[in-house]
Design a protein around this ligand. Sequence first.
Ligand code: ADP
Length: 454
Amino acid sequence: MKKVLIANRGEIAVRIIRACHELKLATVAIFAKEDDLSVHRFKADEAYLVGAGKRPIEAYLDMDDIIRIAKKTGADAIHPGYGFLAENEMFAAKCRQAGIVFIGPTVEQLQIFGDKIKAKEAALAAGLHTIPGSNGPVESAEAVRKFGQKHGFPIMVKAALGGGGRGMRIIQSEQEVDESFDRARSEAKQSFGDDEIYVEKYLENPKHIEVQILADQHGNVIHLFERDCSVQRRHQKVIEFAPSIVLNNARREEICNAAVRLMKSVNYQNAGTVEFLVTNDNYYFIEVNPRVQVEHTVTEMITNIDIVQSQILIAAGEDLHKDLMIPDQSEIFFHGCAIQCRITTEDPENNFMPDTGKIETYRSPGGYGVRLDGGNAYTGSVITPYFDSLLVKACVSSRNFKGAVMKMNRVLNEFIIRGVKTNIPFMQNVLNHPVFRAGKAHTTFIDSTPELFI
Ligand code: ADP
């Protein structure tokens, strides 16, 4: 492997370009017309307009044009990042047909994990606990009602192909079933192109704990411990940290081993994350994300293992232990605690509406234990309305959770960003809230704590 095309934009494109350059690989960026001043195109060795004439997001989804650019430039691999085409099995297949390495799992693995019903079946087959549910699609409101009567409300209907915190609906009582069923189906169809939905018990106040996996093409599968991503707004992650501060070592080992068992059972390759909801007395598989995740950073900070570099080397056929020199599981350790805040150009005073415009002033924090992964975060940058509102990921590491929270507070205070609104004031409210500080935030913490929004 000599040259990698990065089929993405913003911070993750920059992150991947950096990993490539450290590995002495040449890089090719693609950019939509609206992104012609985007940082990622200037960080790469070469950059090409993609999807000419298409709308901004569609440009990055133009599979044939991306493969054309890869061929034209002699790129032998494509890294899809997260979002866009990262979990698109058709794109992975097209890469394979074109003789280009897709830096990610196989087409077959994307097929399993792209569908939450199939993923749940695979988890059950590997002996993992799953949330009591329909174990297959539900075809009628009547079936949903029966499930609720049997298992008790609240329950949740979810789109089989859902993602990004969308396509989920809580049903509190029998009266809500008919309307919620119809809505969930039509939303699933509209957002994901398929109206298949399933139902499961709604867990009240769980923690979202996920396990980072690395797996090579030679059957070696390891985990890099867990992340706690319970701090969510409307089922979307806002603050993530590693390791969890509620798991004891026995429970940690059990959950991480379950994740490895599942990934081994499907001969998984490359980086992936197995997600669980954890209650006081049990833990339940929810889904697998077969790609690098936004929050991979915190795992890197506590293990010192570069996940993006690992993805690239694994895709090139290298052996986790022999070539990447990652030790056996029993010798992989984590140190301290790392926290990430997703700083977005969203206005917390205006219901988190994305803000746009020119950044008049941008001064970033720094110092010991601080890591910033940004795309277009600089003075003079123009934030457009076309793409995701993630501006910069602020990460810190310290000896323990308390130290990391104190450091993150300092980091957020040190930012000066003028010209566009950001969610920093909101993040500060979360960080200073006693529930978060005590490590007790559950998945519903933000949505059920109105004082955070003041
Ligand atoms: P997505 O693929 O859209 O991210 P997930 O299945 O990963 O969806 O779920 C995202 C979040 O939704 C979880 O972290 C959790 O907060 C909530 N959630 C999902 N399923 C349940 C459930 N059965 N009970 C309670 N909360 C749930």
